[in-house]
Design a binder for this molecule. Structure first.
Ligand SMILES: [Cu+2]
Length: 156
């Protein structure tokens, strides 16, 4: 009996914690991470001085962007656009095609920020440091970008 009560209490606390951090951040990934730690803070009253959320350290922490080349042999990515949080961003690229592709990122002035390896029937990733702004991701294989292998990356 007592155990059941504890489980019920834990559920309530978890629900409160979820509600507490739902407001300010749109990234569901980070919510899932903080959820397990912030059980205590949810009960400490209605005053929202911005507690709980900062616990994990650096604000706007790591995020990831997933980009995939089209199935078949189209010179295209499945994503035409992507979004990331400013800071360290891991770009995960999957290329199911036998044709080699990569994902390079350049800023709004055309400066290279980073790129993945050139891969075929494989996946790879690269970590880049991004400030808020608009970037372009594209394939560096000659002709591919022109054929449509590019998209917009918005960093907030
Ligand atoms: Cu390509």
């Amino acid at each position: 009996m007592k155990k059941a009560l504890l489980v019920a209490l834990a559920l309530v606390v978890a629900a409160l914690a979820l509600a507490a951090c739902g407001g300010s951040d749109s990234s569901s990934d980070t919510n899932a991470e903080t959820q397990s730690q912030s059980g205590g803070t949810a009960e400490s009253g209605g005053e929202s001085t911005g507690g709980g959320e900062a616990e994990g350290g650096t604000a706007g922490s790591a995020s990831a962007v997933d980009i995939e080349a089209a199935d078949g042999s189209d010179l295209a990515y499945k994503q035409k656009s992507a979004e990331a949080s400013a800071g360290k961003v891991t770009v995960n690229f999957t290329n199911p095609q036998p044709i080699p592709h990569d994902v390079a990122i350049e800023d709004s002035e055309g400066a290279d920020v980073g790129k993945t390896e050139l891969i075929a029937e494989d996946s790879g990733s690269v970590e880049v440091d991004l400030k808020p702004g608009t970037y372009t991701f594209f394939c560096t294989v000659p002709g591919h970008r022109e054929a449509g292998m590019e998209g917009a990356l918005t960093v907030k």
